[in-house]
Design a protein around this ligand. Structure first.
Ligand SMILES: Cc1cc2nc3c(=O)[nH]c(=O)nc-3n(C[C@H](O)[C@H](O)[C@H](O)COP(=O)(O)OP(=O)(O)OC[C@H]3O[C@@H](n4cnc5c(N)ncnc54)[C@H](O)[C@@H]3O)c2cc1C
Length: 390
């Protein structure tokens, strides 16, 4: 058994939530140790989020060496397409804010480089197996390193930033304790080598189902189409995938190219019942998951830790527990706004299996209500670009 290591905050997970939290804590002079089950190389290859809210970008830009403004691409709007016609939602004009297309793995590279240069203790290849002392003042993370050795970290506070299969959530309130919803569809996602098919993202509602035409860079593109959640990502030929995508985006000729990654993503909305117990809290995907239609998951993870860092500063530096006592409720307020927006975008844009003619006509009425009204467009723009970080 290895000796117990002491720190102020033990963080499980070096994803966006864990790394941003360690950055914010370090700025307040609070020490932390991060453990992550994966290697640095694996973390840096996480192909997931692409769209970052204005507030997330403003925060990432403060991290030394951040490339979010030099590599990331500012998008001032998106297009909603239905019945073969495109309708631009002009974020900049409507709410004076934008989003940035900056892939999650690039943000993770920036964060890891900056945190390691700052002397952050990150234990890669180290898997947390249990959280002990949840009800006490010295909670502990018990983990196993890559060589099979036991790592025991005692802290003033433990944060679970360990993703949707969180071990820390389990320690707080059991494996599935919370509110959740499954959707009867998922996304078939591809990465391909091609030039962009459009300047901005196209969210397309079609009788054949939803499609999202997104971008990654000048030479790599990310696209998705609605599929059966149990679909085999390798069952379709490249030709069939392109035909499926093309059918769902009438009016745009997609630029095709070799597909080098494909996956099927199940849709789930979840909010954990308890975000905190004593001196243990969960943030990011450990605390909640959203369907990706609203591009909220990573942004919500960042919003959680902005609030938590302030609460931990008050608790650990000034022995003031008022912010940590109110933290879960404060975080939950934004979480449910984001849950609603993600559900709304998903239900407005996807075709539900078994939908009737009434359902379809009503959905088109809803889309027209949004695009033909300044108020409708403004709500979408405000939520998509992100509410100010509290
Ligand atoms: C296809 C797709 C597209 C998306 N698009 C967007 C988007 O455009 N915008 C957006 O905001 N969000 C988007 N998301 C969501 C976003 O990727 C996640 O919400 C985000 O990764 C959550 O960050 P996190 O730090 O909470 O968790 P994660 O990124 O899951 O990180 C958790 C970390 O914890 C580690 N870990 C897990 N268990 C343990 C353990 N027991 N011990 C030690 N380490 C552990 C993992 O290795 C991992 O590194 C998308 C997601 C997908 C799948």
């Amino acid at each position: 058994m290895s000796p117990t290591v002491r720190t102020q905050v033990a963080i499980v997970g070096a994803g966006p939530a864990g790394l941003v939290l360690s950055h914010l804590l370090a700025a307040e002079g609070i020490a932390s140790i991060i453990v992550d089950a994966r290697s640095r190389e694996d973390i840096e290859q996480t192909i997931r989020a692409g769209i970052l809210e204005q507030g997330t970008v403003d925060l990432l830009a403060t991290i030394p060496g951040s490339r979010v403004h030099s590599v990331g691409m500012r998008h001032d709007g998106i297009e909603l397409r239905f019945e073969g016609a495109g309708h631009r939602i002009d974020f900049h004009r409507l709410v004076g804010r934008s989003v940035w297309l900056y892939p999650q793995h690039e943000a993770l590279r920036d964060l890891l480089a900056a945190r390691l240069a700052d002397g952050q203790d990150i234990r890669f290849g180290t898997t947390a197996t249990a959280i002990e002392g949840v009800d006490g003042t010295r909670p502990r993370v018990v983990a196993t390193d890559a060589a099979g050795g036991v790592v025991d970290i005692e802290a003033d506070f433990v944060v679970g930033a360990d993703g949707s299969r969180s071990v820390v959530r389990h320690a707080i309130s059991g494996p599935h304790a919370g509110l959740f919803r499954e959707y009867p569809f998922g996304w078939f996602g591809i990465l391909c080598e091609a030039a962009p098919s459009a300047d901005e993202l196209i969210y397309s509602n079609s009788p054949d189902g939803f499609a999202l035409i997104s971008q990654r860079s000048a030479t790599v593109q990310r696209m998705y189409f609605q599929c059966d959640p149990d679909a085999d990502p390798h069952a379709m030929s490249e030709r069939e995938i392109w035909d499926e995508l093309q059918r769902r985006v009438p009016g745009t000729e997609l630029v095709e190219g070799p597909i080098f990654q494909r996956d099927v993503l199940r849709f789930r909305s979840f909010v954990a019942r308890d975000l905190r117990a004593g001196r243990v809290a969960i943030v990011g995907d450990a605390a909640h998951t959203v369907p990706p239609t609203g591009a909220k998951g990573m942004n919500l993870a960042v919003a959680d830790v902005v609030l938590l860092a302030r609460a931990l500063e008050a608790l650990l530096k000034r022995a003031d527990a008022s912010l940590i006592d109110g933290w879960a409720d404060a975080a939950r307020a934004r979480i449910w706004k984001a849950q609603h927006f993600s559900w709304w975008m998903t239900s407005m844009l996807h075709t539900v299996p078994g939908a009737t003619d009434f359902d379809r006509a009503r959905q088109l009425g809803e889309l027209r209500t949004v695009v033909e009204s300044e108020a409708g467009r403004t709500y979408l723009a405000e939520a998509y670009t992100g509410w100010p970080l509290g």
